[in-house]
Design a binder for this molecule. Sequence first.
Ligand code: FAD
Length: 261
Amino acid sequence: MKTFNYHSAKDVKQASKLSSTSSAFLAGGMTTIPSMKLGLATYKDVIDIKGIKKLSGIKVIKKRVLIGATTKHVEVVNSKVIKKTIPSLSALAEGIGDPQVRNRGTIGGSIANNDPAADYPSACIALNAIIHTNNRKVDAEKFFRGMFETCLKKGEIIEAIEFEIPIKSSYQKLPNPASRYAIVGVYVAKHKKGVNVAITGAKSCVYNETDLAKPLNINFSSSSIENIKISSSGMNSDIHASAEYRANMVKIFTKKAVEAC
Ligand SMILES: Cc1cc2nc3c(=O)[nH]c(=O)nc-3n(C[C@H](O)[C@H](O)[C@H](O)COP(=O)(O)OP(=O)(O)OC[C@H]3O[C@@H](n4cnc5c(N)ncnc54)[C@H](O)[C@@H]3O)c2cc1C
């Protein structure tokens, strides 16, 4: 690991001011630290945001759930509020990595990183999330731009993620047996205004599969997607699964999620 300057930010304004093109925010450190140790990333400044109280916590405001960016996965797993309002979100957090990762990793770090196989981005799309930063509020659909890419600008900090409480929802994934990242993960959510089918792990970035959402909007039953063909074009292909296998899993895990709803 190369040398770097460590800063412990006292508030969001200071954290943002300290950031540069060669800095990283330290939330759970579950991506930043291994990347630095392996020499995959080097930073001049590492800005610790864990001590900023404003960034952590879970509350319900006007039928929407607001989760602070540095809220850890384990807190989402154990939150009575989330279990009551969006139990599928708590189940998703419970399926992330291992106890060590869940005790350090944060929801803000996960979505800022936007790993193509991460679980939370699918929740953001399926639950019509709004990402609150220190400068603006962004719809999840516009937030995730591509592989490890978001619309965050230099010095922009995620403060909280606001989720719509659905009528019913379920997240189902085929986990990588070692890391638990999603080889394919499907988050189905039925809202008053329609159904979302958010897919992670299958392509370079999370997306809403409208070919599956459309028939489910008419008839919310796994039988309604029986004859839908999912193309493998643009899907990831690696040692874990071919593109064709992933395309098949997208449909199978959507059916599972609808049935679990
Ligand atoms: C062994 C292992 C297994 C894992 N398995 C899974 C899994 O099954 N599913 C899954 O979804 N994830 C998995 N993860 C990822 C993990 O859950 C973390 O969410 C992820 O590593 C990043 O979160 P973090 O809080 O640790 O962020 P950090 O590592 O601290 O930061 C990551 C990046 O996000 C930026 N950042 C952090 N917070 C903010 C913020 N508030 N505003 C703006 N930018 C910010 C940082 O600048 C940095 O670039 C795994 C990780 C490991 C090491």
